[in-house]
Design a protein around this ligand. Structure first.
Ligand SMILES: [Zn+2]
Length: 77
């Protein structure tokens, strides 16, 4: 499991999850998400991935990067 930094806004515990996306060709793709368990902070993976773990890894990288950069803008979904 990917290690997640705490929420940049409230310091709450972050959690990662995936959502599958059906495609035309009976394949599934996944969007990864990381959200804060205490406030509404949430981001989504940059890309759709063929496996859940890849999607989570993508979202987790974005989350951790934003934490370290202290950016205030989160993806809306
Ligand atoms: Zn938070």
């Amino acid at each position: 499991m990917v290690e997640l930094k705490s929420c940049p806004f409230c310091g709450g515990e972050a959690r990662a999850w995936v959502r599958s996306i059906p495609t035309y060709r009976e394949e599934l793709f996944y969007n990864g998400y990381v959200s804060c368990s205490a406030c509404n902070a949430k981001i989504r993976s940059l890309y759709q991935h063929p496996t859940g773990p890849e999607a989570i890894g993508d979202a987790a990288r974005s989350w951790n990067q934003r934490v370290s950069e202290g950016q205030q803008r989160l993806a809306e979904d």
